[in-house]
Write a protein that binds this ligand. Structure first.
Ligand code: BGP
Length: 469
């Protein structure tokens, strides 16, 4: 649909950027922090680990000043569970509380709204050793942790996100390290973990509403529209299958408090049905999020799977397995270009995704990740000419404005990432930030912060809150 007049970005739109604790903070074992599953298990050969990352733990004042210079209205970051409770539960670490108090106060001093993710992939290793999300005790540990966060930071944090990309942790569980790949049926275990995470999320939402009636809380999945490979009805059905399993399973539960029917029938067909205890569904039905945060990088296309085992394939740099026999199989979209890391670029798919989420749930929306990973080059005179990133973000923001004109209640945009950080799978070489951090994979150099070309572009954009100037 073409609009005669585009609606402007709303007043008080939350222009910002995102990061996560393990990817930016460093100081992985300082000031009482306990190890997380990332610290213990997450190793990708030939790339940086997360021990120092961007050393934000020691640079946070300088970093926040740079975000303020860009004009950020909001900053989305995550709290490392293991800084607050080194063992996941039990003894509180006062120095962890101090660090996030200082960070939040620093942001507020510049009138930057903190948007806080409670858990971004970094489950405490002490909990993992006791079964992690397979153990129902982790539900209680998360509720306890969430109540601690609300108690200590709830007076200043108005937006909470429960769990980052729960759907990616389940769909690619062995990559993040919360399930043993050698299990006989890891998928069944993952969907049991999923049920427990959904309960943990519901309990955190209820606790938030109980303790902080004026504060808002929502889920933060990765959502993207799924195209059928063709107009063949079987391909359309495959796209519907995959969308239900990948997207709506998670948001239907968060927003409606029930399992998506197609996803449930898929569990039954595959033998993945989780054990549900008495009272679980009441807890799930009672929790109502105030908004939906979501991450969007690319769309996907799928075709019918007729049951051939070769339908299970692999795409992109993350080596994500796509395709399930009898459900759907991956399909390369010939209409889209890819990033240098093989991720399809689809701004129009962003608009479609925004519309789809709005039509299903009718809740305010905020984008908490979107961005381009690239091998940036530091040129003479401390210049980083990341025009490709500006182009990617501009094209996606054009579609945001079109979605707003379509009636989507979008209240913020926090692309990935505010500052360079260590990519989940490809080290520091795959950069996303507006601010360059001067280090290499294994040479930490001087860690100095350098404004990229996109920094100045984004600053101007935020100032005018418009794409036209
Ligand atoms: C999302 C994660 C982020 C970040 C991003 C980019 O799935 O929430 O933590 O890593 O993807 O991915 P990558 O670092 O693999 O390029």
């Amino acid at each position: 649909m073409q609009h005669r007049n585009l609606k402007p970005f709303p007043e008080h739109f939350l222009w910002g950027g995102s990061t996560s604790a393990y990817q930016i903070e460093g100081a992985w074992d300082e000031d009482g922090k306990g190890p997380s599953v990332i610290d213990i298990g997450h190793r990708v050969e030939g790339t940086a680990d997360f021990k120092v990352a961007s050393d934000h733990y020691h640079h946070y004042k300088q970093d926040v000043a740079l975000l303020a210079e860009m004009g950020f209205k909001a900053y989305r970051f995550s709290i490392a569970w293991t800084r607050i409770y080194p063992e996941g539960t039990g003894k509180l670490n006062a120095k962890g509380i101090d660090f996030y108090n200082n960070l939040i106060n620093e942001l507020i001093s510049y009138k930057i709204e903190p948007i806080v993710t409670m858990y971004h992939f970094d489950l405490p290793y002490a909990l993992q050793k006791r079964g992690g999300w397979s153990n129902r005790d982790t539900i209680d540990a998360f509720e306890n942790y969430s109540r601690t966060l609300f108690e200590h930071f709830g007076d200043r944090v108005n937006y909470w996100l429960t769990i980052n990309e729960q759907n990616m942790m389940i769909l690619h569980g062995t990559a993040i390290g919360t399930v043993d790949p050698n299990l006989e049926n890891p998928e069944k275990e993952l969907y049991q973990q999923n049920h427990h995470m959904l309960l943990a999320q519901a309990k955190a939402i209820a606790a938030c509403h109980d303790m902080l009636p004026n504060t808002k809380i929502g889920p933060a999945p990765n959502i993207s529209c799924i195209y059928p490979a063709s107009s063949k009805p079987e391909d359309v059905l495959a796209a519907h299958n995959f969308s239900s399993i990948r997207n709506w399973l998670y948001l239907d539960m968060a927003c409606f408090g029930r399992y998506n029917d197609v996803a449930w029938s898929y569990f039954e067909a595959k033998g993945y049905t989780p054990v549900i205890l008495e009272g679980d569904m009441d807890i799930l039905a009672a929790a109502k999020p105030d908004f939906i945060a979501f991450n969007y990088y690319n769309s996907m296309a799928v075709a019918e799977s007729t049951g051939n085992s070769s339908d299970v394939g692999s795409t992109g740099d993350q080596q994500i397995v796509v395709g399930e026999t009898g459900v759907y199989k991956g399909h390369s979209n010939p209409y889209l270009q890819k990033t240098e890391f093989g991720w399809e670029i689809d701004p129009v798919g962003f608009r479609i995704t925004l519309r789809e989420i709005n039509e299903r749930y009718h809740l305010p929306l905020i984008v908490t990740e979107n961005g381009l990973g690239a091998y940036d080059q530091l040129e003479d005179g401390d210049k980083i000419n990341d025009d490709y990133r500006i182009e990617y973000l501009r094209r996606h923001l054009e579609q945001c404005q079109l979605a707003i004109s379509d009636g989507v209640p979008l209240f913020g945009y926090c692309p990935w990432s505010a500052i360079d950080l260590v990519s989940t799978h490809q080290g520091i070489g795959k950069r996303y930030g507006f601010i360059y951090v001067n280090r290499d994979e294994f040479d930490l150099k001087d860690m100095r912060r350098i404004r990229k070309k996109s920094f100045f572009w984004y600053k101007d954009l935020i100032e005018s809150s418009s794409l036209t100037e």
